[in-house]
Design a binder for this molecule. Sequence first.
Ligand code: C6P
Length: 401
Amino acid sequence: MLEVKRADFPVLVNNEKMIYMDSAATSLKPQIVIDKINEYYTKYGVNIHRGVYDLSSKATDEYEELRTVVAKFINCKPREVVYTKGTTNGLNMLAQILKANIHEGDEIIVSQLDHHSLVMPWQNVAKEKGAKLVFIELNEKNQITIENFKKVLTKKTKIVNLTYVSNVLGVVAPVKEITKLAHEIGAIVICDGAQAVPHMKVDVQDLDVDFLAFSGHKMLGPTGCGILYGKYDLLNSLEPEEFGGDMNDGVEMYDSTFKDAPEKFEAGTPNIAGLIALKPAIEYLSKLGMENVHNHSLSLAKYVVENIKNNDMIELYTKEPESGIVTFNIKGIHPHDTATFLAAQNICVRAGHHCAQLITHHLGCMGTVRASFYIYNTIEEAQALVAAINGACEYFKEWII
Ligand code: C6P
């Protein structure tokens, strides 16, 4: 088990009884991240890349340092790191900048495990370009398999966009193997790392994906900041989709030139404080070791599954946990009612479709209850969740017709 101090997380200190199991929605922030935001605003809170005075240089240095920290964390080069507002922003940006390469009849591979922020931008591009969205069939455990991927990969495939770890079921896609196959036919591979990068070691060179998008706020960092990794030559060959300050090289009356990547994709004044404060968040995780982070959350998920799987009243969707996510329903009970029952016992979980309606439809339910674990959760909390779920089953027994 990881040794993480509850005292490091002010939200937990200020809500002594709270058992927070909604980290897939957003993680809590350690004091050092909050301190860094404060440091920026109180000590050198000016714009970056624009001033020649000392404070502007200080802010710029702090801001640019994140590229090196991220590069080390995911094993890429600093100039392959594009700053974004989060995964949604990164995935939408990619669909926009890559659509010039999509033509009528081309195919874009996605799956029903994908989040709305992945599927919807490609739906839009497909409609605009006359391209086709193709869904990888899930197996009986709702996983993506190489076998099923091979069935949809064709010479028409231009883009493969995969969710590394499902935010609903916690299943992990075989990204490395799929990327190899996709590259053999020249397709571009994009990975949604929103639920992967915060929780496990992600090495983009090993995976060989062309792009990876993730959010700062799910990995102890502030909201409104994220990262889009792209292989440099490919990234730099693409045209920007947003124009303005800081991304141009020169502006004339009828034409402009752009900087090279990553700057050409970073128009306007960004979330400077957020991005600066993402550094200590990544350093905090690195210190713990991503393998330890993964094993910790996984062991809690396994404990919960092991202890609720024989309860006949429970429909368990995460039967064999692969990450720190456990999703279930109490049969016949609306997920919001179950979550409300748990909330009354200070247990915070998410209920609903989790912005991934395709998988909810595939599961044949109106929504699910999801407990998602992170570094600050303990085995005692997992035990409390099991007890509360059992209590909920007792309580709702009479409601079920
Ligand atoms: N899922 C959840 O509770 P943003 O909101 O841009 O930081 O992340 C979007 C996103 C993209 N892909 C996956 C796999 C995700 O899980 C998310 C965010 C949250 O599951 C909020 S809907």
